[in-house]
Design a protein around this ligand. Structure first.
Ligand code: DGY
Length: 329
């Protein structure tokens, strides 16, 4: 029986072609929304699936599915997967680490700079034809160089952000993570491990680079924002659910924060109207990893994982290697 693989969203035609050389491919190049039941039903006829972070694989979607063997996520984050459920069903899950690290860190820095230097806000003013004269305090923002950056989550991307901050901008880097980095890595990044409270209280800019799980929901809420320095900035390139958006809107409305930059939102692709109304918000539509080169590398890595699984019984970047034992069934 030929192997059938579903591709949940539009992807690069050349990646689709690679998959077609090995599998029967059910693709969704039109980008039709796969409403939960239809998604579950079509997956029952598939041996593998290539998903994006917007495609949920939970107990409901997987119920009664005895055929699926591998789910390749085209994202490093995999909170769209119920990993325990996939593992219990013997479905191998994979993600796309490393290939997007530098590009995502670049975007974190771009958002930090846009927010601190009020770039989108001043551009909107200019485009609206409101610029009449130079003023000494015109869109005066905050310093980036020499300031203090707090990074919550010091994995690969957090460290890539720290490297930019320390070596490129002479910033003091504070971080909080499940566990401290080795002393040698800390030295190379000029980064100091501090408690979450201390990080919030001392940083001029706070960047979130944490993985999301239900336990991490609203890691940054009213109490945490209240601890942040007046005039400081919050940047989120991780997952929207980490930030209580209403608490953020409250803080911006009160003028407690200097601004915020979000690439990710609680209810993507819907955006909280209170945030849309804020001048001091920089917002991008979940594009932190979106350079053409990186997105192609992510799609190819997800495809490699499917191909390797079915052709070689292995995977380049498995999340639950225990499920590899189903190979050959
Ligand atoms: C990731 O890789 O987790 C990104 O958020 C997807 O673009």
């Amino acid at each position: 029986m030929s192997i059938t693989v579903a591709v949940a969203r539009p992807i690069f035609p050349e990646v689709l072609e690679r998959l077609r050389q090995h599998f029967t491919v059910v693709d969704n190049q039109e980008g039709k929304p796969w409403e939960a039941q239809a998604w579950a039903a079509s997956l029952r006829h598939c041996d593998g699936v290539l998903t994006t972070m917007a495609d949920t694989l939970n107990a409901q979607v997987l119920a009664g599915n005895t055929r699926l063997k591998v789910a390749a996520n085209m994202a490093v984050g995999y909170n769209n997967f119920n990993l325990a459920e996939l593992t219990a069903l013997g479905v191998l899950a994979t993600n796309t680490p490393d290939v997007l690290t530098q590009t995502t860190a670049d975007m974190g820095f771009a958002l930090l700079m846009a927010c601190a230097r009020r770039i989108t806000e001043s551009e909107q003013y200019l485009r609206a034809g409101l610029w009449r004269a130079w003023r000494y305090d015109f869109f005066a923002g905050a310093e980036v160089h020499g300031s203090t950056l707090g990074i919550l989550g010091m994995g690969r991307i957090g460290q890539a952000v720290a490297r930019r901050a320390h070596h490129g901008f002479d910033m003091q880097v504070l971080y909080n993570n499940r566990s401290p980095l080795p002393a040698e890595t800390e030295r190379a990044l000029g980064a100091s491990f501090v408690s979450r409270h201390e990080l919030l209280e001392r940083s001029d800019h706070v960047m979130l680079v944490l993985p999301y799980s239900p336990e991490m929901h609203h890691t940054i809420g009213q109490a945490e924002i209240a601890r942040m320095k007046p005039g400081s900035h919050l940047i989120n390139i991780a997952r929207g659910g980490l930030v209580d958006e209403d608490a953020l809107a409250d803080a911006l409305e009160r003028g407690h924060l200097g601004g915020a930059a979000l690439d990710v939102f609680e209810n993507e692709p819907s955006v909280n109207p209170r945030l849309l109304a804020q001048q001091r918000m920089v917002m991008t539509p979940h594009t932190a990893s979106s350079s053409l080169k990186t997105r192609l590398a992510m799609a190819n890595l997800a495809a490699d994982n499917l191909i390797d699984y079915f052709l070689k019984g292995s995977a380049k970047t498995p999340l639950n290697a225990a499920a590899l034992k189903r190979v050959g069934e």
